[in-house]
Ligand binder design. Structure first.
Ligand SMILES: N=CN[C@@H](CCC(=O)O)C(=O)O
Ligand SMILES: [Zn+2]
Length: 411
């Protein structure tokens, strides 16, 4: 099936196949083509060019994009969308003055979600998660990373990862999965953290690997959760199964999570609301991508990742939703784009690069996703008629997406 998009007001993020991860000042540049066409064959972008010279040949369907902007779909490189129920009560508790950490100490937080998830059947968990996935696909997400971490038993962690994999098999969106057994210490292991870390290393990781359920490994490296030493041990064990780290670091404290991530050649270190000069130096001498999660900062009223400073220090930055029931109950990448501009002082060009090409790199999908490139997947957002691409983050809270094409399919 050949589909031709014509009269595109501006086609964004046109790159050749060799485009690398963008660092520092490279992020300022967003290559575009005005008054363009784009040709899709089945699930692939086969060509694009100026309307001055239109393609000839068999076209099954034409979509007129007059006045509209076309760009690659968002890549959401950090989510926890497989969860059961919600944590609305904790939202109210925080309005009434409790902090995220105080709620967790009372047995709420991640343990609250784990209890709900353990009691939910695999099919019900799939149905609840599929509803969220359908919503974010309509909001322009074409590739998504999904973590476990609300299971906290071998059986429940495997259940989460199976659901995540099944989502990827059921929908055209590309799914990457991450094993996050080290998300919180289960109640049964109170004062026995080493035993839980051993369970992760000796039972959970081999089980996840034998069913081939994860592409990456994650640890919540934070005071009150998992230490640098625990993280080092888990990442070392995971490397035996070929699992690359993408880890939660520096959400509330800078305790050495960035350094241990860099030591293990992490693909990304995510959160980074609190960043020290040493953390910046570590990242400058690494291939690790910094991933900011501004919707989490907004929801928890915690500091925003210093995205401007990270880019100015020459570090590659991606942005993601962190969609989860406790700290970011949204999967709306359009809001994340706006928050990155408004709160982290990224320009619209930097934010779009952070949510597309750099985000594709942060989930190992840069060969297929993240840019308008011949041979890449036909993952596209067609906007409504808007004055310019800067209007997307500027008009935060409004939805200016008209159509989404995911792996060649209209969603
Ligand atoms: N901080 C760790 N994990 C999630 C939140 C988990 C939760 O509160 O359920 C995050 O990335 O923000
Ligand atoms: Zn997270």
């Amino acid at each position: 099936m050949n589909v031709l998009l014509t009269n595109i007001k501006e086609l964004l993020q046109i790159r050749d196949a060799s485009t690398h991860l963008l660092k520092g000042s490279e992020m300022k540049h967003l290559p575009t083509l005005k008054n363009a066409w784009l040709l899709i064959e089945d699930d692939t972008i086969v060509d694009f060019g100026s309307m001055m010279a239109q393609p000839e040949g068999n076209i099954d369907k034409t979509i007129d994009c007059s006045g509209k902007i076309v760009l690659p779909s968002w890549c959401d490189s950090h989510t926890h969308i497989v969860f059961a129920g919600n944590r609305e009560q904790e939202f109210v508790d925080r309005i009434n003055g409790l902090t995220y950490q105080e709620i967790a100490l009372k047995g709420g937080g991640i343990l609250n979600s784990a209890e709900k998830l353990q009691l939910t059947s695999e099919d019900d968990l799939f149905a609840q998660s599929a509803q969220r996935l359908e919503e974010v696909m309509k909001l322009g997400t074409g590739a998504i990373e999904i973590k476990s971490g609300y299971g906290l038993t071998t059986e429940a962690e495997l259940k989460m990862l199976r659901v995540a994999k099944r989502l990827g098999q059921t929908y055209p969106v590309t799914v990457r999965t991450t094993f996050l057994g080290a998300h919180a210490l289960p109640k049964e292991f109170t004062n026995k953290k080493d035993d839980y870390v051993d369970l992760i290393c000796n039972e959970m990781l081999p089980a996840v690997a034998s069913e081939n359920l994860a592409d990456y490994v994650d640890v919540f490296c934070e005071e009150g959760y998992f230490s640098v030493k625990d993280t080092d041990k888990i990442l070392s064990a995971a490397s035996k199964y070929g699992l690359t780290p993408k880890i939660h670091v520096n959400q509330f404290n800078s305790i050495g999570g960035v350094a241990v991530g860099v030591k293990h050649n992490a693909l990304s270190v995510d959160h980074l609301e609190i960043v020290s000069d040493d953390d910046i130096r570590e990242l400058q001498h690494s291939n690790t991508i910094a991933v900011a999660l501004p919707a989490c900062s907004f929801f928890l009223s915690i500091p925003y990742t210093p995205g401007r400073a990270l880019i100015d220090a020459g570090i590659p930055l991606a942005i993601a939703t962190d969609f989860n029931p406790g700290s970011s109950p949204t999967g709306n990448m359009n809001f994340v784009l706006a928050a990155a501009c408004i709160k982290m002082k990224l320009t619209p060009e930097e934010a779009i690069n952070a949510a597309t090409i750099n985000a594709a790199h942060a989930m190992g999908l840069s060969h297929t996703h993240g840019s308008i490139t011949k041979g890449k997947k036909a993952n596209l957002i067609i906007t409504k008629e808007i004055p310019s691409y800067g209007f997307l983050p500027y008009s935060f809270g409004s939805n200016y997406i008209e159509q989404v094409i995911c792996n060649g399919e209209l969603v």
